[in-house]
Write a protein that binds this ligand. Structure first.
Ligand code: CO
Length: 631
């Protein structure tokens, strides 16, 4: 009866399943022409079901949908069983605005361009309407009564001088149409003054530089004549000792499931599920046309639905395998993003080395890493999301930030930004990323510790002042587990399984090592700090909750805030020896540079997870020497 029988319960929905899910909802509920489908994705089975799953078991395949009726403005959640062909739950969510969809943006741009008041504002500035680009943004929530209950978008406007030109370089600063996305009608046009459009075109595209390309770059090839070392079965990946599954959701994009490492003939679990679960980019300019800029790129948009189709040799390099993303447009039609996820191996310098000069003996191993990645374009910015797996059990996460800065025009005193080109003011901003890391280190019950290093005071036991020690503090409950980084103190956190010891009697664990990070510069009482309450701490720990997936709550679009981590953790639930989820929040602090213009060279930000007593010793002694071994 079910074409999908036999699929692993965490396999993403197939094209056929997406189609059937939408058809089932349409046939069992009165869904008219004016409805949209903001989300259609796999409804993951309960964790216990997945953990108990054996090949051949029958697990109900379900889809999760969010629906929006543009006529009433009502939002609904639906769960569809593809196994029984039934809509098993249907719920109206009062006062909720779901994420903004890509084709809403197109309709919105058309509505603005055809509005006479907008046309008049453009004409007053002496700009040709056919060169004007309208970029709809989420409007946020700032307590304005007249915006309650409406589905609104706030549009930034630009001039595209030629069909190929970089319109983000030429903002129409101060002209901000606001659109009701349900009615698809302009509700007002904010016009705070006619600022000249910056004079330079700000071109970066290859057609503008081809006569200037540097001539001295010789070919560099990566070949794997026997193919890659990984194996793929559906969305399961095996590489070296690593095993994992991947998924892809419209909101988060790439998701990792059931990451484990084979050791002593068995796969030892490390992470049940890991994803970047929210992102927010607060801008730091208080002027009326700029203060609302603080995109939640997941909750208000969805980096999965904005994923790029990747190209071999450009986005990824070498022996590449791709995974497609099965998504929908806003009308519920299947929309496949081909080559959305890239899988490949990279040489990564040396893995370990020692020279025993007394016997003229050198032992060195090359490090190789497995890279699983995707790239999303969110308006002007590009984000690359990279998971790296190393042969010594290390896991690394890295964001690559690139694309085009968000700019205003003609700030004579760019206090809250940087002049990056004549009359172009790139606004100060911060990019914050919130990771949801459902650890299962050798099984579900885990405990989390903070490790701080202390210098021993001078005294009889430390007469020469050199002594220092690392002290582990158990994070017993949720409130005590809301922590900040301390880079000068070398602070890290470790997740251990207190029930499993290594050969030294230590509990097996993994440590989370912060990378670049920063505090938010928005005031604690600022609306954005209520809406993105997870920014108040770099680390949060919660006991596993099946419905606790998004740190700013499930529907941040136009939401006043208070949802998600700050709300859940008020219960101050105990964390010791339980199924824990770590939430790590890291920020990239962006005071723009002229060199970030007109397109930004990649900036990197991320963190590392390292085995900590998980193994009995260096687990990479079995990596063979390179064929070209010296000595
Ligand atoms: Co930036």
């Amino acid at each position: 009866m079910v074409a999908s029988a036999g699929l692993h319960p965490l396999e993403p929905l197939t094209i056929d399943e997406v189609r059937r899910a939408v058809d089932l909802v349409r046939s069992q509920h009165p869904i008219g022409e004016r409805w949209r489908f903001p989300v259609v994705t796999l409804k993951e089975p309960p964790k216990a079901t997945v953990l108990a799953y054996q090949p051949g078991d029958a697990v109900d395949r379900q889809a999760f949908l969010v629906l929006l009726d543009n006529d009433t403005g009502h939002t609904y959640e639906a769960v569809v069983s593809l196994t029984t062909a039934q809509v098993v739950s249907w719920q109206h969510l009062p006062g909720i605005q779901p994420n903004i969809m890509a084709d809403e943006l197109e309709d919105c741009e058309a509505a603005v361009r055809s509005h006479p008041d907008f046309q008049a504002a453009v004409a007053r500035r002496g700009l040709p309407l056919d060169q004007v680009v309208v970029d709809p943004w989420a409007i946020g929530h700032f307590g304005f009564k007249e915006e309650e209950g409406q589905r609104l978008s706030r549009c930034l406007c630009y001039v595209r001088t030629t069909p190929e030109s970089n319109f983000y370089a030429r903002p129409i600063d101060g002209l901000v149409p606001v659109v009701d996305l349900n009615a698809m009608a302009v509700v007002r046009i904010e016009d705070v003054g006619e600022v000249p459009v910056p004079p330079e075109p700000g071109e970066y595209a290859r057609e503008f530089y081809q006569d200037r390309f540097r001539p001295d770059l010789k070919p560099l090839s990566i070949t794997q004549p026997d193919g890659p070392s990984f194996h793929i079965d559906g969305h399961q990946i095996r590489w070296q000792r690593w095993q994992m599954r991947i998924g892809f959701t419209p909101r988060e994009g790439l998701v990792l499931y059931q990451v484990g490492y084979e050791d002593g003939g068995q796969v030892r679990p490390i992470l049940y599920r890991a994803s970047m679960a929210e992102m927010v980019v607060p801008y730091g300019d208080p002027r009326p046309q700029h203060f609302r800029k603080n995109a939640f790129d997941l909750g208000e948009h969805g980096v999965g639905m904005l994923a790029n189709s990747l190209t071999n040799g450009c986005d990824c390099f070498g022996e590449i395998r791709y995974f497609d993303a099965v998504l929908t447009d806003s009308r519920g039609n299947v929309a496949v993003t081909e080559n959305a996820v890239c899988l490949h191996e990279e040489d990564f310098g040396i893995l370990w080395k020692h020279t025993d000069w007394r016997r003229d003996h050198v032992d060195v191993r090359r490090s190789r890493r497995l890279v699983v990645s995707f790239i999303a374009t969110v308006d002007n910015y590009e984000y690359g999301f990279y998971w790296y797996f190393y042969q010594d059990g290390t896991i690394q996460y890295e964001i690559k930030l690139t694309g085009i800065l968000l700019v205003g025009a003609l700030a004579d005193q760019p206090k809250y930004g940087t002049l990056v080109a004549p009359e172009v003011n790139a606004l100060n901003h911060q990019h914050f990323f919130a990771m949801r890391l459902d650890f299962d280190v050798d099984g579900c019950p885990n405990s989390v510790y903070e490790v701080n290093s202390h210098a021993e005071p001078l005294g009889p036991e430390n007469p020469y002042g050199n002594a220092w020690y690392a002290e582990s503090t158990l994070l017993e409950r949720e409130q005590a587990a809301q922590r900040q980084i301390d880079p000068l103190g070398g602070r890290y956190w470790k997740v251990v399984n207190p029930n499993v010891q290594n050969r030294l009697g230590q509990p097996v664990g993994f440590k989370l090592i912060p990378g670049e990070n920063v505090r938010p510069f928005a005031h604690p009482d600022a609306p954005i700090m209520q809406r993105a309450g997870f920014l108040k701490h770099h680390l949060w720990v919660t006991p596993y909750g099946a419905d606790e997936n998004f740190p700013a709550g499930p529907y941040p679009n136009q939401h006043p805030g208070g949802e998600g981590l700050p709300k859940w953790t008020q219960a101050d639930r105990p964390l010791e020896n339980t199924d824990v989820v770590l939430w790590y929040v890291f920020g990239h602090h962006h005071v723009p540079r002229p060199e970030d213009w007109p397109v930004m060279p990649v900036a990197y930000s991320g963190f590392t997870l390292k085995p900590l007593g998980f193994f009995d010793q260096n687990p990479a002694l079995d990596v063979p020497p390179s064929p070209k071994a010296c000595h």
